[in-house]
Design a protein around this ligand. Structure first.
Ligand code: I3S
Length: 165
């Protein structure tokens, strides 16, 4: 993961694209709104980035995979009617880069709990239920089981490390 814009010296511990929805906030039930979001685990915080979460190019940019970024930009350039690759690349990087500093919301993992969600909570496969001390409940999902298993492990570790803070 690239370093955080707020704490440039601290490397992120884990990042990637996940599907997420809040189901409860301040103890109040919310209507589900599944969105694909760039997710960063940093210290005892879990950050969900605003917009562009599902953008493959941006994900590659954020994870530092410039060859993949160039490939996705090249394929979208090939599909466009008036290709201007240099401009597209610069605009894309500027646009994606500006998103780095805008987390959609942050979850405090200190005192939180994590478990595999029951069938009643979601019909989707591989869903993690995360409950915070502040009364927020979230569902986190990935279609790729190795991805979600890694996140489960990372979240568990973080929660155990910061449980008594
Ligand atoms: O648990 P729910 O309320 O049945 O969740 C589903 C709904 O939120 C549904 O949208 P509507 O608000 O239009 O009913 C979503 O499209 C589904 O994805 C939700 O369920 P899953 O099982 O995918 O978490």
């Amino acid at each position: 993961c690239p370093s955080s814009p707020k704490h440039p010296s601290t490397p992120s511990e884990k990042c990637g694209v996940l599907n997420v929805t809040k189901i409860t906030e301040n103890g109040k039930k919310l209507r589900k709104n599944w969105t694909s979001s760039w997710t960063v685990l940093q210290g005892s915080s879990l950050l969900f980035a605003k917009g562009q979460g599902a953008s493959t190019s941006w994900s590659y940019y954020r994870s530092g995979s410039i060859p993949e970024l160039l490939l996705t930009l090249l394929s979208s350039w090939k599909r466009s009617v008036k290709p201007r690759p240099a401009v597209s690349y610069v605009t894309a990087v500027a646009k994606f880069g500006s998103n780095q500093s805008k987390p959609e919301f942050t979850v405090d993992l200190r005192g939180a709990s994590v478990e595999w969600a029951s069938k009643e909570k979601s019909s989707k496969k591989h869903v993690i239920e995360l409950k915070t001390r502040q009364g927020m409940e979230l569902l986190i999902q990935s279609e790729i089981d190795s991805v979600i298993n890694d996140w489960y492990r990372a979240l568990m570790e973080t929660i155990n490390t910061h449980a008594w803070e």
